[in-house]
Write a protein that binds this ligand. Structure first.
Ligand code: EPZ
Length: 414
């Protein structure tokens, strides 16, 4: 079992490029099942969730070749519509194959995606959207889906679910007729999925109010697509820079999707923004944040909630963060308390009372973004911190120790 060892107290300073987007590439890999021809995905992050998703594509009969950050997928040989538990158990995004398999095979059998560390994560919105397109389901330990033929529909999601929007898009691409998805999630990762499908010849567009309109049944051909930077990884490293009072610039992220983070950082007294087409923070003492709540895009992203909490641990005064998206996303608090943080949780909100210093400790990553938060806390702490269960972190961060070492951190993966 690997772990991270960090000696805190250094001020981060430097410029790096970040990996391609995890939450954009996962639905795009599922979309490679559709249509004909070879899809080449460039700047694909080398992370656990991608490796697991590529294994699923191979198990479905696709030919998958990887060379560094480039993945080549040919789905012509794909003739299997069942995903076994062993292949899917580690990742939740296997649920995204529902729409793609229904679109390609008119049938899908996937393990019932269980809850996870951050919440129950039901899939009712996914099923409602796919039923509107003509799918029928039988649910026990697995979800068995089938259709006589997908047809266009007008879908209104009860909530702007990212995954349900993506599943509806993938199925609607292969449905006869027009599909309109109202109250669709506005996350940038969905716009990347749309761009990829357009590149393949699909007819899909997002309207001014966020509605997605699809003319289904068009042939999808081969495409080469380069993933954009991962906005959550960028945000994590910018928060690490702010927390250590340093200077961090993300060379390949112009910050267009980071407006809500910039707004929060400015309220914390941090100089930040974009300079020369790159997002940056310029350190200084960090002030407490009276209130922020997570929200669907373009609100403050739930995936940066834990990293923000870690950056607020040493401010003067008390900060308040409310988590409105997932019901169990404060698990990293218990670990931060071991490092001397003063945090109390009441319902959906956490109060962070700033302390003069954090202390190094042995802590365990509770989930992906909670693990990244512990890294940010360790960078600030006096002394040595050991973070175990770093497998969670490696699901979403290609090499957090490499990246932060480039910014001057004393961090190593053991
Ligand atoms: C995606 O998860 C991301 N994962 C998450 O990132 C991200 O936190 C989340 O969107 C919100 O932005 C991927 O893209 C692989 P949702 P997803 O459906 O699609 C409820 C990370 O750290 N809901 O928008 O599962 C759900 O329980 C991960 O990179 C229903 O009730 O998120 C949650 O409370 C974590 N019924 C809320 O909606 C449904 O059918 C948002 O979920 C679907 C969702």
């Amino acid at each position: 079992m690997s772990y991270l060892e960090i000696s805190g107290g250094r001020t981060l300073c430097g410029e790096i490029s970040v990996q391609g987007s995890k939450n954009a590439v996962l639905p795009i890999l599922a979309a490679c099942l559709l249509g004909e021809g070879v899809c080449v995905i460039e700047n694909c992050p080398q992370i656990g969730d991608v490796e697991d998703t590529l294994e699923i594509l191979r198990a479905l009969g696709c030919s998958v070749c990887t060379c560094g950050h480039t993945v080549q997928i040919h789905a012509s040989g794909a003739g299997i519509y069942e995903i076994k538990r062993a292949e899917a158990v580690r990742i939740r995004s296997s649920v995204l194959f529902l729409g793609a398999l229904l679109g390609k095979m008119k049938k899908a059998v996937i393990p019932l995606p269980g809850g996870c560390a951050i919440g129950k994560r039901p899939v009712d919105q996914h099923l409602c959207a796919l039923e509107a397109l003509g799918a029928r389901f039988c649910i026990d330990e697995t979800i068995t889906a089938s259709t006589q033929g997908l047809h266009g529909a007008r879908i209104t999601l009860a909530m702007p679910s990212v995954g349900a929007t993506e599943n509806a898009v993938l199925a609607a691409m292969m449905a006869d007729g027009e599909t309109v998805i109202q109250n669709a999630a506005k996350e940038p990762e969905i716009d990347e999925l749309c761009a990829f499908l357009q590149r393949r010849g699909g007819c899909i567009a997002r309207e001014a109010d966020g509605t997605i309109r699809i003319q289904g049944g068009r042939p999808l051909g081969p495409a080469v697509y380069r993933m954009q930077a991962d906005r959550i990884v960028s945000g994590t490293y910018l928060l690490a820079g702010a927390a250590t009072g340093g200077y961090v610039k993300i060379q390949n992220d112009a910050g267009q999707t980071l407006a809500s983070l910039f707004s929060v950082l400015r309220q914390m007294g941090v100089h930040c923004g974009t300079s020369g087409g790159a997002a940056f923070v310029q350190g200084g003492p960090v002030s407490a944040l009276s209130y922020v709540e997570t929200a669907p895009y373009p609100g403050f992203p739930t995936d940066l909630q834990s990293p923000l909490m870690a950056a607020l641990c040493r401010t003067q005064g008390t900060s308040c963060i409310c988590e409105t998206i997932f019901e169990n996303r404060f698990r990293t608090v218990e670990e931060l308390l071991k490092m001397g943080a003063r945090i109390t949780v009441e319902g959906r909100c956490a109060q962070i009372r700033g302390v003069p210093a954090l202390r190094g400790s042995v802590v365990s990553a509770p989930d992906l973004r909670g693990g990244a938060a512990l890294v940010i806390a360790a960078l600030q702490a006096k002394g040595r911190t050991v973070i175990t269960d770093t497998g969670y972190i490696e699901r979403g961060y290609e090499d957090i120790s490499r990246d932060l070492s480039c910014l001057g951190a004393d961090i190593r993966r053991i």
